[in-house]
Design a protein around this ligand. Structure first.
Ligand code: SF4
Length: 376
C-alpha cells in the first residue's frame, strides 16, 4: 500500500534515503547533551531499538565538546539539530552525518548577514565534511519575513519557506538534503506535505507530527498523518515524537516501524470522526534542551488535572524549554513552557505568570475554568 516514491535518493553517510530506499526511522536524544553518559545511554538505547539516525541538539560550544566525546564512543549515525547559533555548524560537521537547520531561526544571529549568505555557509560546511542536510521548517517558528508576506495563510508561509530554501540550496549545486514541514496538528502536516510534494516531488521528505504528546493520543495523531502521506508515496524518513520518560524513548522507533508495516500491509486504522473534538493536549517530545525533567511528569499531570474539561474544544500546549516553548505555545488556548525552576503559563500569546512546578497546575485549572466560563 506504499506506492513507489518520486523523490531522489540521497545518502546520509551510508544510509540511503529517498527513491526506492526503505523508509528510514529516526529519533532524538532527549537528555542534556553535556551529560555525556546519559546521552550515550540514549544513543545506545535508540540504536538497540533500531534507529537509522539519531539526532542530538547542540546550542553551545560546551554541547560541541560533549558531542565530540559522544562521537568517540559510538558509530551510530548522528545528526545535529542547529537551532539559533548556526555558526556552530563548522564545529559539529566533522563529528556528524547530517546537519539540520530551521529557516525560522536563521535571522537570530549576525542579523546584518543575509539568509542567502547563511545558507551558503551551511552548505559549504556540509559539503566539506560529507554531511547531508535537512531544511527543518517548523510551523511554530516561521521566519518573520514569511509571516508578514503570507499574513493569515499559515500553510502558504511554511510551504513557500521550504520551497524557497530548496531553491537556495539547489542554486549552490548541493543535492544531499531532505525537507521536513512539521506541526502539532496532523491535518496541517498532511496539507503542508501534500502541497510541498506537489511543488518539489524530487526532494526527499522527513515526516513528523511535532509535539504529538503522550501515548496513546500522540501515536494516533502521528498515525493519522502518516497514513495519509505514506499511502500516497510521500515520505522517505520519519520520526514519531512522543512525550515519554527517557528510558522509554525506544518506543518512538518501535511505533515508527509499526506504522510503516501497518500502512504497507494495508492495515489502516479508522480514526473516529470526533477524534479532534474536545480538549486537545499537545506536548513536545522533550530533548536535550529540557532544563527540568519534571516536565514529563508535568505533562502527564496536565492531562490528568484537566480531564474534567474533556468536552470543551480547547488546546493546552506543554513545552519543555525556553528555546521553542514561548513561540510554540502562542497558538494554544493555554500554554505552559518549562524553565529550570518555574513554569510559564500563557493564555494565547499573553503571559499569565511564572509559577513553581508544584503550583502551576492549580493556576492552570483556574485559567481553564475562567476560559470555559467566558465561552459559555
Ligand atoms: S520544545 Fe524545547 S524541549 Fe521540547 S522538543 Fe522542542 S526544543 Fe526540545
Amino acid at each position: 500500500m506504499i506506492p513507489s516514491r518520486q523523490s531522489r535518493r540521497i545518502l546520509i553517510r551510508d544510509l540511503p534515503v529517498g527513491g526506492d530506499a526503505p523508509i528510514a526511522v529516526q529519533s532524538m536524544a532527549a537528555t542534556p547533551t553535556t551529560d555525556v553518559a546519559a546521552t550515550l545511554r540514549q544513543v545506545r538505547l535508540l540504536e538497540a531499538a533500531g534507529a537509522d539516525l539519531i539526532r542530538i541538539a547542540v546550542d553551545s560550544k560546551r554541547d560541541v565538546e560533549a558531542l565530540r566525546q559522544i562521537r568517540a564512543e559510538t558509530t551510530a549515525r548522528l545528526s545535529v539539530d542547529l537551532q539559533e547559533n548556526y555558526r556552530l555548524a563548522e564545529l559539529v560537521a566533522p563529528l556528524v552525518d547530517k546537519l539540520r537547520y530551521n529557516p525560522g531561526h536563521l535571522h537570530h544571529h549576525e542579523r546584518e548577514k543575509s539568509v542567502e549568505d547563511k545558507v551558503r555557509y551551511l552548505v559549504d560546511v556540509a559539503g566539506a565534511h560529507g554531511c547531508a542536510m535537512r531544511i527543518g521548517v517548523n510551523a511554530g517558528s516561521v521566519a518573520p519575513h514569511y509571516k508578514e508576506r503570507f499574513a493569515d495563510d499559515h500553510l502558504g508561509a511554511i510551504v513557500q519557506c521550504a520551497v524557497d530554501h530548496c531553491g537556495l540550496i539547489d542554486d549552490l549545486g548541493f543535492t544531499h538534503y531532505v525537507v521536513s514541514i512539521k506541526d502539532s496538528d496532523p491535518k496541517t502536516v498532511i496539507d503542508a506535505n501534500l502541497r510541498f510534494a506537489e511543488a518539489r516531488p524530487d526532494v526527499p521528505l522527513h515526516l513528523g507530527v511535532t509535539e504529538a504528546g503522550m501515548p496513546p493520543d500522540g501515536v494516533i495523531k502521528t498515525r493519522i498523518a502518516f497514513e495519509q502521506l505514506l499511502s500516497r508515496g510521500i515520505g522517505d524518513t520519519l520520526r514519531v515524537s512522543l512525550t515519554v520518560p527517557f528510558e522509554q524513548k525506544g518506543m518512538e522507533i518501535a511505533v515508527g516501524r509499526e506504522l510503516i508495516d501497518d500502512i504497507a500491509a494495508g492495515r489502516f486504522r479508522s480514526v473516529p470522526p470526533n477524534f479532534f473534538d474536545g480538549l486537545n493536549i499537545i506536548a513536545c517530545p522533550s530533548c536535550s534542551r529540557v532544563e527540568n525533567t519534571a516536565f514529563i511528569e508535568l505533562a502527564e499531570e496536565v492531562k490528568r488535572a484537566t480531564a474534567y474539561a474533556d468536552e470543551h474544544d480547547l488546546t493546552i500546549a506543554v513545552m519543555g524549554c525556553r528555546v521553542n516553548g514561548p513561540g510554540e505555545t502562542d497558538d494554544a488556548d493555554l500554554g505552559l513552557w518549562c524553565g529550570p525552576t518555574q513554569v510559564h503559563l500563557k493564555r494565547g500569546e499573553e503571559l499569565v505568570g511564572a509559577f513553581g512546578y508544584d503550583e502551576v497546575i492549580a493556576r492552570l485549572r483556574e485559567e481553564l475554568d475562567a476560559l470555559i466560563a467566558r465561552r459559555a
